[in-house]
Design a protein around this ligand. Structure first.
Ligand SMILES: Nc1ncnc2c1ncn2[C@@H]1O[C@H](COP(=O)(O)OP(=O)(O)OP(=O)(O)O)[C@@H](O)[C@H]1O
Length: 232
């Protein structure tokens, strides 16, 4: 479904990513692992289109998308939850969720899907609260739910467990399993923690200094091999 080939991107004069090849299949969770500052968020921003590519291609559902603006990529079924969540703090939970529907064609916007409240019950309780008044963990749930409201077929999650209490980490892990169980959605999960990646993911890529230095099935991953790229 998603195929990234020979991707090169970065900021102004400084190239961060070099020669990145990556694939995500429907129904799978792909973990992107690596230390701070190696280029994981840069890769997510390049896939969603917030950063232009210096070289390479991004093929999504058999079409090149690397020249499309982010909103067009979103309309085509790719959703992005950035690190730090970026919900709208002055809008209510309900208004934030309604914004998530905007990537759908008008005739398909039929209100906030009830299953989002089944996944994240706290959002129903807080429907009329301002996003900015929610706790960090609640904001993260809102950010994921808003992305899911647009019925994406690829979900890019940039460190969704960062700074979140263990019970919410568990809830987000459950939601991730639930989403991919449909076999129609793929997830890219940027993670620091090897434990979380081993729990949630099917496949992994390790980024170091802007390059993929290891990748493979989680089930057959050599923990020590992967760990040496993660330990500072
Ligand atoms: N807006 C920017 N302008 C210039 N350089 C940037 C910008 N954002 C990130 N960088 C640089 O790009 C490199 C990769 O950063 P990136 O945020 O992709 O790393 P990361 O692996 O996601 O790190 P972390 O785990 O800390 O989130 C770093 O050297 C960083 O300083």
């Amino acid at each position: 479904m998603l195929k990234v080939a020979s991707l090169q991107s970065g900021y102004d004069e400084s190239m961060v990513l070099e020669n990145i090849d990556m694939e995500v299949l429907p129904g799978s969770v792909v973990a992107v692992l690596g230390r701070n500052g190696v280029g994981k968020s840069t890769l997510m921003k390049s896939i969603i289109g917030l950063l232009p590519l210096a070289a390479g291609s991004i093929i999504w559902e058999n079409n090149p998308i690397e020249k499309l603006p982010p909103e067009e990529r979103t309309k085509r079924g790719i959703a992005y939850v950035p690190q730090g969540r970026e919900i709208f703090p002055t809008l209510t939970v309900e208004e934030n969720l309604l914004l998530g529907l905007e990537s759908l064609p008008k005739q398909e916007r039929k209100g906030i899907p009830e299953h989002l409240f089944e996944m994240f019950p706290v959002l129903k309780e807080m429907l009329h609260r301002k996003g900015g008044d929610l706790s960090g963990g609640q904001q993260q749930q809102l950010a994921i739910a808003r992305a899911l409201a647009g019925q994406p077929r690829l979900l890019l999650l940039d460190e969704p467990m960062e700074g979140i209490q263990p019970s919410i980490v568990q809830l987000i892990q459950q939601v991730i399993s639930q989403i991919v169980a449909s076999k129609t959605v793929g997830i890219v999960l940027v993670e620091h923690s090897l434990d979380v990646a081993f729990e949630c993911a099917d496949y992994y890529y390790v980024v170091d200094h802007g390059k993929i230095v290891a990748h493979g099935d989680i089930a057959s991953a050599q923990m020590d091999e992967v760990k040496k790229y993660l330990v500072v």
